[in-house]
Design a protein around this ligand. Structure first.
Ligand SMILES: Nc1nc2c(ncn2[C@@H]2O[C@H](COP(=O)(O)OP(=O)(O)O)[C@@H](O)[C@H]2O)c(=O)[nH]1
Ligand SMILES: [Mg+2]
Length: 183
């Protein structure tokens, strides 16, 4: 199914946010109907693990959940120099999945920074936090992420889940968790 076949009245717009390398593009690919719109470019300094490209502007896909709910799903660019695109891309969105890299030592700071910037753009957005790459040995510290979420003082508690962005079922589950947060 493609965007021009969807009725935008019934189609919920959701956005994936988060730092470069967290798994936004992978998550969108794993749940997209058909080929997503993507603006990937080779990483300027060569591959990092199995990641060979980075998103320079945005990702977009249509998603049809098995209960028939159509979604427009956008991925924000992670780089700070594209921050000006975020308010535009969040316009009309009901909710955000904040995708964080569980293998990053900075995860708590990234969580805090993204939650604050999302709240500044639109305090009414529903938010869930999805943490990827927790299978990679090392630094993941759930307590520090919890503390960062609590410190941002959201009116409604923000769910925190781990998921593998490569797995369509886990990614869909995260989307469903976000939909449950919507009024
Ligand atoms: N090991 C592992 N790799 C993951 C997991 N989730 C995502 N990835 C990988 O992490 C990278 C994320 O890159 P990408 O989706 O381009 O990140 P983006 O910059 O947020 O769009 C990809 O190479 C994915 O295959 C996970 O749960 N475990
Ligand atoms: Mg990307």
């Amino acid at each position: 199914m493609y965007a021009n076949e969807l009725n935008s009245e019934q189609t919920i717009k959701l956005v994936l946010a988060g730092p470069v390398g967290a798994g936004k593009t992978t998550a969108i690919r794993s749940i997209a109907d058909g080929e997503p719109v993507s603006t990937e470019m080779p990483l300027p300094d060569g591959p990092i693990g199995d990641k060979t490209t980075t998103t320079v502007a945005l990702d977009f896909a249509t998603v049809l959940l098995d209960d028939g709910q159509p979604l427009f799903v956008y991925g924000l660019p992670g780089q700070e120099h594209f921050a000006f695109l975020r308010p535009m891309m969040l316009d009309g969105a009901l909710g955000v999945i904040l995708v964080l890299d569980g293998a990053s030592a900075d995860i708590a700071a990234q969580c805090r920074q993204w939650l604050l910037s999302l709240r500044e753009i639109d305090p009414a957005l529903a938010v869930v936090v999805g943490i990827t790459r927790t299978d990679i040995a090392g630094s993941f510290d759930l307590g520090s992420v919890r503390a960062a979420v609590r410190a941002c003082g959201a009116a409604v508690p923000i769910p925190i889940l781990t998921f593998d962005a490569r797995d369509p079922l886990q990614t869909t589950q995260l989307v469903r968790t976000l939909l449950l947060q919507l009024d």
